[in-house]
Design a protein around this ligand. Structure first.
Ligand code: GDP
Length: 220
């Protein structure tokens, strides 16, 4: 990274720190297209297999301990949860997928609802597809990425639990995933490795998401 790029990145990380230090408020849990909240600030959706560390990551980003916990309680797992961050960004917690024991009709409902949301939401700017560093891309991650490609929603791979594997393994996983996503039209060619536990990559992810709000605000 050149000195100039490093300076830009540091400024963006500082802007990200400030934005994510603002109050983050639960707006609503939507169970159908009719119950989605009105569109407002740019939306960032978080998708991932259940247990990937999605709640932990949203909590680490916002510096809250329990913000995204509601999404994990049984019965609320099929909701799309919306969180307002200072009216500048809306964080969208999509229901986790890939429960081994989930009934087929529940999976079909999840897919239909999430698909409708992804295709129809004009305020949706990016999806973060969370991948467990220990497991890499699984079949259902690929299905979700295909859904995003078809819906033309730009998405970014975010590795979770990076503290669980060696830096060398993290490097080869990143290289492999970058190669796997090369031909996917909506995939963003940059991967952020995070650990909610160790605080790794959190500032970088905040900066990447804050850059989206800046682009938006500058274009107004
Ligand atoms: P969700 O189902 O995707 O919302 O996943 P959770 O955030 O509830 O996390 C699932 C499990 O992974 C929990 O036991 C967490 O403590 C653990 N976990 C989440 N993030 C990390 C991380 O960065 N490092 C490690 N080592 N464990 C994590």
């Amino acid at each position: 990274m050149s000195d100039e790029d490093a300076e830009k990145q540091a400024a963006l990380e500082e802007a990200g720190r400030l934005l994510f230090a603002k109050e983050c408020r639960f707006i609503t849990g939507a169970v159908s297209m009719e119950s989605l909240p009105p569109m407002g600030a740019p939306e960032i959706a978080f998708a991932g297999r259940s247990n990937v560390g999605k709640s932990s990551l949203i909590n680490a980003l916002t510096g809250r301990n329990h913000l995204a916990r509601a999404s994990n309680t049984p019965g609320r797992t099929q909701q799309i949860n919306f969180f307002d961050l200072d009216q500048r960004l809306t964080l969208v917690d999509l229901p986790g997928y890939g429960y081994a024991e989930a009934p087929k009709d529940q999976i079909a409902r999840w897919t239909a609802f999430v698909n409708d949301y992804l295709r129809g939401r004009q305020s949706l700017r990016r999806a973060c597809v969370l991948i467990d560093s220990r497991h890499g891309l699984k079949e259902n991650d690929l299905e979700v990425m295909t859904m995003l490609d078809k819906a033309a929603v730009p998405y970014q791979i975010v590795l979770t639990k990076a503290d669980k594997i060696k830096p060398s393994a993290l490097n080869s996983l990143t290289t492999k995933i970058l190669d796997d996503i090369k031909r996917r039209p909506a995939a963003f060619p940059q991967i952020i490795a995070t650990s909610s536990e160790a605080g790794l990559g959190i500032a970088q992810l905040r900066a990447a998401l804050t850059a989206l709000t800046k682009e938006e605000e500058d274009s107004r």
